[in-house]
Ligand binder design. Sequence first.
Ligand code: ADP
Length: 334
Amino acid sequence: MATLTLKKVKKSFGNTDVIHGVSVDVADGEFIVIVGPSGCGKSTLLRMVAGLETVTSGDILIGGRRVNDEEPMDRDIAMVFQNYALYPHMSVFDNMAYGLKIAKVPRSEIEERVAQAAKLLQLEPYLRRKPRELSGGQRQRVAMGRAIVRKPAVFLFDEPLSNLDAKLRVQMRLEIKALQRELGVTALYVTHDQVEAMTMADRMIVMNGGVADQIGAPLEVYANPATEFVAGFIGSPPTNFLVQGLIGGDGEHRIGIRPEHMRLSGAGAGKLDARAAYSEALGAETLVHVKCADGTQVTVRQDAALDIPEEGSEVGLDWDKPNEMRFDAEGKRL
Ligand code: ADP
């Protein structure tokens, strides 16, 4: 177990800067999720911590020790990959034991550690099987097991659930989170899925084009996004954005309002007139999509018990002032 510190970490590939200086202090035992769209630099950041990419400038510290120049195997980390990277010709036991064998851990200790991990992960019945004889979820657990037996200071996860179907993903994210809690190991977890980030993270780092736009606890980030990008990326359906001009007043800035903070009123009775486009009745709630005069699409999330406007009908849009989030022309929160 250990702290993890990034100090102004930058990465360039040739002339292209892809990480523009990320700093974060991860507490011992904390679960940090790096989240952002494809190409924002999540994997590059994780791979620098793992030692699979060099650091262009800045420092990475694990347990207070600068590791920039250390080989991956000396960093006291264990990584779980998206494709699990299991050896197909080896049994579950041998897959989990392999790293320990390479590290010349005595046989008896290997057996003990693998047995412990197998128990924790409910893999005991499968130790003699080959990876192809396992389900996706079980393979995922073997990859976890291989990381656990190393007793690392830090777990690194690179989109570990993206090969699983939706239901299994939900189950596995609970399992991984519970396991990390139980073991108390500091974790850095990369995903493009904001729901995964919201549900798993103690704190999340929201990446936007190589910049950490915001670092904070999920609900804090949701309630108080630092930038227009974060307001749009975290939360589903995304925040609605209106230009200030549309609702009167001057200024270039844009206003973000979450779908659950929008409500429909009678035509002409709201702050803004719009036309109902289409609706999605999801059971417990309904998403009503409307179009404003300037073409801006707005989503209203309303209780399923409320009336759904007819397609093409005129409606009013209303919301409470305190729920407006204002952003300047650069997308920074005002
Ligand atoms: P993410 O994991 O968020 O999808 P990556 O960290 O993989 O993003 O990539 C960030 C950016 O760096 C992308 O624009 C990608 O094209 C670029 N990149 C990644 N690896 C290399 C490389 N080896 N050489 C050049 N560019 C790279």
